[in-house]
Design a protein around this ligand. Sequence first.
Ligand code: GLN
Length: 232
Amino acid sequence: IASAQPGRTYIIATDVTFAPFEFEDENGNLTGIDMELIRAIAEDQGFNVEIKQLGFDAALQAVQAGQADGVIAGMSITDARKQVFDFSDPYFESGVQMAVLESNNDVKSYEDLKGKRVAVKNGTEGATFAESIKDQYGFTTVYFADSASMYDEVRTGNSVAVFDDYPVLAYGITQGNGLKTVTEKEAGASYGFAVNKGQNAELLEMFNAGLANLQDSGEYDEILSQFLGQDA
Ligand code: GLN
């Protein structure tokens, strides 16, 4: 077992805009729950991080290719991914939900997607879920690399709906992105930090130790409420 390497700089890959988990604030600074969490954990455990905003699918590929040491990107802990990644303890509960344009009064259920086009993001749980029901409900899927492009696709009317993680949809809707949710959220997996399977075990250990410390100290709750408000 490799020993911890405090002081070392680890390359951490993440998604592009996936608010409130990773996004640029009005001054262009990268922030969000994932970003503040990994920085606080690094500080607690005495290591450094260099964050690379690659996009979700690209972030996972970078870790698998050894171009990044870890990924924190609102990444759901799934059995399929456990074949290729080692995950930290879960740090946030999530799941998939559908959203449509605010002005759309025609799509109120999956049945209403018949013959329509739906936007999803490469390599995500939202895409996997959409694929799993698209034959049953008779819709087609179109793929994008990031959430912003998916939402644009719905705003322009090219697709009638988008499947994304519900905390991300909820945050965007609060920010006035012009969408609304009309169906219940699907049961989903929790988010975890991940490293390539069998590698960077010391980084994973430090993540878990740091996360536990932040949860004990109340700093974890502070980070959540900074982005989600008081009832986080
Ligand atoms: N939680 C989803 C997944 O792991 C989406 C993550 C994302 O788009 N950044 O597939």
